[in-house]
Design a protein around this ligand. Structure first.
Ligand code: ZN
Length: 157
């Protein structure tokens, strides 16, 4: 059976790759982190403007495969304007679906469900999670740290 959730490159994924949302840089990020996935060559940075526990704004930059870029683009749309804690929970749901701990139908993923097909392609799971790892590392940073955090996905997620 070939349900939409099982396709790796859904139209919405390709569309986000073609025109990534929130791509670029913030003038005054409060938190930032870079993530690299050596296995695929994905390398993206996430910048946040966190205000009173809320992700007021978000940008990402860098290069990656379609899955990586589309996931980061959808991540920005999903978490922008949301509470930091809500973003953390969404990351956990998304990760649980991709690693097979949770079925897509059981997780409140919203549009991110279009990336659920990645779970059938273990080598691409890191691609889909890279932006989210960078987001979590950025949020774990002290505000206004100069260097930002860096995360490399060497282990399986
Ligand atoms: Zn990739």
């Amino acid at each position: 059976m070939n349900t939409p959730e099982n396709d790796l490159y859904q139209e919405v994924v390709l569309e986000h790759k073609r025109a990534p949302r929130n791509f670029g840089h913030l003038d005054h990020p409060t938190h930032q982190a870079r993530g690299t996935n050596p296995q695929c060559g994905d390398n993206i940075a996430v910048e946040l403007a966190v205000d009173q526990g809320r992700v007021a704004d978000i940008r990402f930059s860098g290069q990656g495969c379609a899955i990586c870029m589309a996931s980061a683009s959808m991540m920005g749309e999903a978490v922008k304007g949301r509470d930091v804690e809500w973003a953390r929970q969404l990351q956990q749901h998304f990760r649980a679906v991709l690693t097979g701990e949770t079925e897509p139908e059981a997780a409140p993923l919203g549009k991110l469900v279009s990336l659920a097909g990645v779970r059938r392609y273990p080598s691409r799971i890191k691609c889909a999670l890279l932006g989210w790892h960078a987001l979590m590392h950025a949020l774990a940073q002290e505000a206004h740290s100069d260097a930002g955090a860096a995360v490399t996905l060497e282990e399986t997620p």
